[in-house]
Write a protein that binds this ligand. Structure first.
Ligand code: 3HC
Ligand code: NAI
Length: 704
């Protein structure tokens, strides 16, 4: 509790010569209204107190400040704004030092840039992540940072949005010193020295020297833009970031700041930013379990065991090793184990060749992973994750063995993507410790982890799985036991429609083009080729279902990239999909064989039939309480399947389109199709009739 207000404290040191203004708005010093108004009052007090010769602004160990309070966006703006605060700092004749420990992000870093000096702890990180919310830094960051570190480096930080470690920020000139030891005392020493030095304190806004290279070479920022904007295909925020940096180079400071603000206000109301802000909060909500009693404690996890060193097992082991958790991988035979561990090493080597990992780091990570063919090693694990072949009998046998060997209380998880976790849990005498941990391939890369709550799973087990997810850097969502859980269950609806589109008149490249244009990184057919068409073929055969075209391709040995041909043709050693006349012939012949009259299908119909059936399934999933929130489904699709973040996820997207439109289109397609799953789901019907969206649904508990 501060003496200015609840979140800002003012005190003095050195007999009143140094004012120390502390920011304490947990958890991360978001610059909400109280913090902003408290800051103004404190800065004015320091300004007006004649005894004060210098000012230090300091946050908490976790954060100087994580920026503007995102939850205030979209609401009426209450003065003072952050721009007002920084403008006030600009008028001060006394030096102001920002003492940064933890994070200084977004508006928090802009506040620091408005100070005359910046000092930081070694572990501090600074940055301007606004672009990840579909925004740009709107409190002078795009004007001050280029003046401190040059336009090119600033553009990279602002467009990339990633935090910069203190050492790099120091080398670039974004901060003035990295201080070791007692940070507060050292920062105070620094402030004292600046007070003693006297003279006019330096303002970032007055600097011109670092802008010289960009002024001398007007094409410099074009080249930077070409390099950095290629990945983000026409999104407004990254382009606006570049335009704002350009304004820093070409305009006087005040003009540049006006331009920045105009761009910021435009982005604030953009659909992309609205979606990205939704995702920010949705991601954090997804990790919360509404019915979890506050007293539940997660179990400590010191060691992990992964059973199976195949595609998934190896990737899962890497997740633990990357997080510094020792992991034992168990296989049936030495050859399979060696193959699996070699693949892990190969993955790390690829990371080294791309420059994203050092040799030393690889050695450290590999040292965390050890393999064995002795199943008794299960006893070592605080968590045991099974990732063997997708066969119920095998999994039940393995869980019975795990039950005999694992330590009491160990978390027992299956990575199954289709099997019933309740049945697996019943193979043990401790079903309360059993749940699903459904990773996505490649497990070391994909951020999503579906945590499957079975009927007997304890809260302790769930809390432990959520905590493991956090430690290994995953975005978690708790889901219920149903066929395909949430993600794959919705995907199945899209897959059915994709095949039907081919039979009715489209070609794989038409469908993929529409899905790419929507914003996915890959279309369903290119994705099928990448994953291997034989996987689905085997599952279909086991279940006695058919997919005329995919089955025909598999019968012809076209399994996708691994055989050089699938829905597309691949040149040896290349992953580029090439449309293949052979496939067109197969598709046309299949339509004819099934007596389907082909017609021209436009991109709009393709897009609707790719997206709306999934949304419909999402409505069923919610009705069955297989997901807790519509926004959890958004998170699953964004982090597991590449749904474009700037479209906010399928359920958010549905709300933007309007549920009555989606219901009408589904009803239209259902009337002309044998796919009964196109019939609008009851909850979609109900919400549409009430003129509501999925966002209006309250959070619910998973049905068990
Ligand atoms: N506004 C409002 N709430 C915020 C927030 C912010 N800027 N930053 C974090 N929070 C909240 C989170 O929602 C979460 O709330 P919860 O506990 O109720 O779920 C809580 O703070 C803790 O956050 P995390 O769980 O994310 O904690 P981590 O330690 O994992 O991460 C972080 C901390 C890196 C700061 C991360 O929260 C983050 O990236 N925050 C957003 C940073 C950002 O984008 N800043 C720019 C804002 S826009 C801006 O400043 C505009 C300006 O240019 C005018
Ligand atoms: P895989 O075939 O690549 O690997 C399975 C491994 O398990 C093999 O190396 C095999 O030798 C080993 N194994 C079999 N029986 C064993 C036993 N008794 N003890 C120890 N090891 C044994 O399979 P993949 O793709 O890794 O899948 C594993 C599991 O993960 C399956 O349940 C699958 O459904 C699931 N999954 C797969 C995804 C994918 O994209 N491949 C995605 C998400 C889940």
């Amino acid at each position: 509790m501060g003496n200015i207000n609840a979140v800002v404290n003012f005190e003095t040191a050195d007999d009143g010569r140094i004012a120390v203004i502390s920011l304490d708005n947990p958890p991360v010093n978001a610059l909400g209204h109280a913090l902003r108004s408290g800051l103004v009052a404190a800065i004015e007090r320091a300004r007006d107190d004649h005894a004060v010769a210098a000012v230090m602004l300091i946050g908490t160990a976790r954060a100087f400040s994580a920026g503007a309070d995102i939850s205030e966006f979209g609401k009426p703006r209450k003065p003072p704004s952050l721009i007002d605060i920084v403008a006030l700092l600009d008028t001060l004749a006394k030096p102001v030092v920002a003492a940064i420990s933890g994070l200084a992000l977004g508006g928090g870093f802009e506040l620091a840039l408005g100070c005359h000096y910046r000092v930081a702890t070694q572990s501090a990180r600074v940055g301007l992540p606004e672009v990840k919310l579909g925004l740009l830094p709107g409190a002078g960051g795009t004007q001050r940072l280029p003046r401190l570190i040059g336009a090119e480096a600033a553009a990279e930080i602002i467009i990339g949005g990633d935090p910069v470690p203190a050492a790099k920020a120091l080398a670039l000139g974004a901060i003035d010193a990295v201080l070791e030891g007692d940070f507060r005392a050292k920062a105070l020493d620094f402030t004292r020295a600046k007070a003693a030095a006297g003279g006019k304190p330096p303002r970032a806004r007055d600097r011109e020297d670092k802008l010289a290279p960009a002024k001398a070479d007007p094409a410099l920022l074009d080249r930077v833009g070409e390099k950095l904007l290629r990945r983000v295909k026409g999104l407004p925020a990254p382009k606006a970031c570049l335009d704002a940096v350009r304004a820093a180079v070409n305009l006087a400071f005040d003009e540049g700041q006006k331009k920045e603000l105009a761009l910021f206000m435009e982005l604030l109301t953009s659909p992309e930013s609205k979606a990205q802000r939704h995702v920010f909060f949705a991601e954090r909500e997804a990790a919360k379990l509404p019915d979890m009693p506050a007293s539940v404690k997660e179990k400590p996890i010191h060691r992990a065991v992964v059973i199976g060193a195949g595609t998934m097992g190896g990737g899962i082991a890497m997740c633990f090793a990357n997080a510094g958790i020792p992991v034992r991988v168990i296989e049936t035979e030495q050859a399979a184990l060696t193959r699996g561990l070699d693949r892990v090493a190969e993955n790390y080597r690829i990371a080294i060749s791309r420059g994203s990992l050092t040799e030393a780091e690889m050695d450290k990570r590999m040292a965390q992973i050890s393999g064995t063919i002795d199943f008794g090693a299960v006893a070592e694990g605080d968590v045991v994750i099974e990732a063997v072949f997708e066969e119920m009998d095998l999994k039940r046998r393995i869980f019975a063995d795990i039950d005999r060997l694992a330590k009491p209380g160990a978390l027992l998880a299956s990575n199954t993507s289709t099997l019933d976790i309740n049945e697996i849990a019943r193979a043990t005498k401790r079903p309360e410790d059993v749940l699903g941990m459904h990773f996505f391939s490649p497990a070391n890369v994909m951020r999503l982890l579906e945590i499957v709550r079975a009927s007997k799973t304890s809260f302790e087990a769930l809390a432990t799985a959520l905590s493991i997810g956090r430690r290994i850097g995953k975005v978690t969502s708790v889901v219920g036991v149903c066929d395909g859980f949430v993600g794959n269950r919705m995907l199945a609806r899209r897959t059915t429609q994709a095949e039907m589109l081919l039979l009715e008149g489209a070609l794989p490249w038409d469908v993929d083009a529409a899905v790419l244009a929507f914003g996915f990184p890959m279309g369903p057919f290119a994705m099928g080729d990448l994953a291997g068409l034989d996987v689905g073929w085997r599952i279909r055969k086991a279940r006695g279902v058919k997919a005329a075209i995919s089955d025909t391709l598999c019968e012809a040995g076209r399994f996708g990239q691994k055989t050089g041909a699938g829905y597309y043709r691949y040149e040896p050693g290349s992953r580029t999909p090439n449309p293949d006349p052979e496939v067109e012939k197969i598709i046309l012949a299949t339509s004819e064989r099934l007596g389907i009259k082909r017609r021209r299908i436009g991109a709009e119909e393709i897009t609707e039939r790719m997206m709306y059936p999934m949304i419909n399934e999402g409505a069923r999933i919610l009705e069955e309480r297989m997901a807790m929130r519509a926004s959890d489904i958004d998170i699953i699709w964004i982090y597991g399947y590449g749904w474009p973040v700037w479209r906010g996820g399928p359920m958010f997207y549905a709300d933007q389109v309007g549920l009555s439109h989606i219901r009408d289109r589904l009803a239209h397609y259902a009337a002309n199709s044998t796919d009964k799953m196109l019939t609008p789901a009851p909850w979609l019907e109900k919400l549409a009739a009430e003129g509501k969206g999925f966002a209006s649904l309250p959070v619910q508990t998973i049905a068990v």
